[in-house]
Write a protein that binds this ligand. Structure first.
Ligand code: FES
Length: 141
């Protein structure tokens, strides 16, 4: 039985983008699927609230590699807030579709992205600037 992969999926499987490990990442996370046994590992660099760089390692199927590849390509440069809303349907649409039994691969890529962002936010909590915009008037005496 052969799966009906789109040419774009096959392209990202054979020549994945953003594969590897970042040096000195701001965060890293792993995610796996107990049913199929596939895994993804992400490293992330953030600058100014945006994804400066993201790389992945795959221990999985062709869809696992292709979905992580297209997703990392799309979220690079995105704000963390926007990247957290990036969903599996966007990956499937970008690839021109995925076989039904491989949809979970795109879901795992998104879960991994959200996990590495969560790790970053946990390690780099936002500091609230309470007094921004507050003007202090000097007393004229
Ligand atoms: S078969 Fe499980 S991630 Fe692809």
């Amino acid at each position: 039985m052969s799966l009906n992969y789109t040419p774009k999926t096959i392209k990202h499987f054979l020549k994945p983008k953003n594969i590897g490990l970042l040096k000195n990442p701001d965060a890293q996370a792993e995610i796996g699927n107990m049913v199929c046994g596939d895994q993804l590992s992400f490293t992330l660099k953030v600058k100014g609230g945006k994804i400066q760089d993201i790389k992945f390692l795959s221990f999985g199927c062709a869809s696992n590699i292709a979905t992580a590849s297209i997703m990392t390509e799309k979220v690079k440069g995105m704000s963390l807030a926007a990247a957290k809303k990036f969903n599996w349907q966007a990956i499937v649409d970008e690839l021109g579709g995925l076989p039904r039994q491989k949809i979970h691969c795109s879901m795992m890529a998104v879960e991994g992205l959200r996990k590495v962002i969560a790790m970053y936010e946990k390690e780099h909590p936002l500091t609230k600037k309470v007094f921004v915009g507050l003007k202090i008037k000097k007393n004229k005496r």
